[in-house]
Design a protein around this ligand. Structure first.
Ligand code: SF4
Length: 393
């Protein structure tokens, strides 16, 4: 049963690995996922610890129902003391990682210490190994995942990884899995980078026994009916989260030009319908994908339609990328939004943070507080799409 999934304690400094069962009374109080992670962080983070120090525990987990038939339980949760805020760091991502972790025997990982050289964790059916990742350091998020699959000879391996942003200790670096699933707030990728931990790779085929399978299926069917009949989910399943941005922009609820205005006018090219059109043109009519066990399937698969990155495959964009590479810096081209989205996914960096910082720099430029002298010649005028993408690099 799901309740027999364990906590693994991994000390990268000492190379020590220990697995422990999760006591039932702790389960009852905190369930799993972020609840149990918060309990573990509270108990394992020394008071006042440096977020980038070896004592700051990095917690990676799935929810108590993940990997069962329960609907929409695919999220992977990551927690640590945040290097961005110094407070509680918490982020989660969709995809297929957490179910695979549970099938490999674990619900929670508590990672401390710093490796002497780049490493990754290999977790497979109740075993955990610390492996050399020197050859992976410097790779993008997707390159890393495919390199691990190739090395282990198994395309079903799921990995939570960092890109160059995490390696370089960008305080708002993501942990990523798949193409675009991002634990993208509060800098959890920066913690992995400071641990010199490039990836956690998992593969599991351990059964999860359900005590009352028929009842569980019946119960879950009610949720599936609710999920699939809700209009909001039907819209998400057709247009993804960009529909939220489109609706919000229509009533003047988005931030534009670094919060100076609240609506992006003449934004036809980045409206959800246009993004959907591009996904259809580049990937065909059945381009919506989903996470494990989720009936919403809210993310579009697309290829960048034009420009220097034309033909690059990615997923999304989420409405956050429409804001970060569209409204906030006052860029109105789908190509820019889709390219920006692709770059942050590859580097493993938070689109919201980077979009806001770039827009802030653009306002400073508009006000003459910074000039081309400080920007290495980049013309940071609002609406200059090329400069925006250059800033992401
Ligand atoms: S498909 Fe969309 S709604 Fe479903 S879990 Fe993934 S991100 Fe969430």
């Amino acid at each position: 049963m799901a309740l027999d999934r364990k906590i693994a304690y991994i000390d990268l400094s000492k190379g020590k690995i220990e697995s422990k069962p999760i006591p039932l009374e702790i389960r009852k109080k905190f369930l799993g996922g972020r609840g149990l992670d918060a309990y573990l962080l509270y108990n394992h983070a020394p008071k006042g610890c440096d977020p980038l120090g070896p004592d700051n525990p990095l917690l990676i987990s799935g929810g108590i129902l993940t990997a069962t038939c329960a609907s929409a339980t695919a999220r992977t949760h990551i927690m640590a003391k945040s290097p961005l805020t110094g407070l509680l760091g918490s982020a989660n991502m969709g995809g297929f990682f957490a179910p695979e972790l549970a099938w490999a025997g674990y619900h929670h990982l508590v990672i401390t210490g710093k490796a002497k050289k780049p490493v990754y964790l290999w977790i497979h059916n109740g075993t955990i190994e610390i492996r050399d990742a020197s050859h992976l350091w410097g790779k993008t998020t997707t390159e890393t995942q495919w390199a691990i699959r190739e090395e282990m000879g198994d395309d079903e391996i799921k990995s939570a990884v960092i890109g160059q942003a995490g390696e370089n200790l960008v305080r708002y670096a993501n942990v990523m899995t798949g193409i675009k699933n991002a634990a993208g707030r509060t800098g959890m990728g920066c913690i992995m980078g400071s641990n010199i931990l490039k990836a956690v790779a998992v593969r599991g085929t351990m059964d999860i026994k359900i005590a009352h399978p028929i009842e569980a299926l019946d119960y879950n069917k009610r949720f599936i009916d609710q999920i699939t009949s809700a209009k909001v989910n039907k819209t998400q399943g057709a247009l993804g989260t960009p529909f939220i941005w489109g609706a919000t922009n229509s009533w003047g609820g988005v931030r534009t030009r670094n919060f100076q205005y609240n609506q992006l006018e003449n934004a036809d090219d980045i409206e959800p319908e246009r993004i959907d059109e591009i996904a259809t043109e580049t990937m065909g009519p059945y381009h919506m994908a989903g996470c494990f066990g989720c009936q919403v399937h809210c993310r579009a698969q697309y290829k960048v339609p034009s420009g220097p990155y034309a033909g690059k495959y990615d997923e999304g964009p989420e409405y956050t990328s429409q804001g970060a590479f569209g409204a906030e810096p006052d860029c109105k081209k789908a190509e820019t939004v889709l390219t920006g989205n692709h770059l942050v996914d590859q580097y493993g960096v938070d689109n919201l943070e980077i979009g806001s910082l770039i827009s802030w720099a653009k306002e400073l430029f508009a006000l003459g507080i910074i000039t081309t002298k400080e920007t290495d010649g980049l013309d940071l005028r609002f609406g200059n799409d090329e400069a925006l993408l250059e800033m992401v690099h």
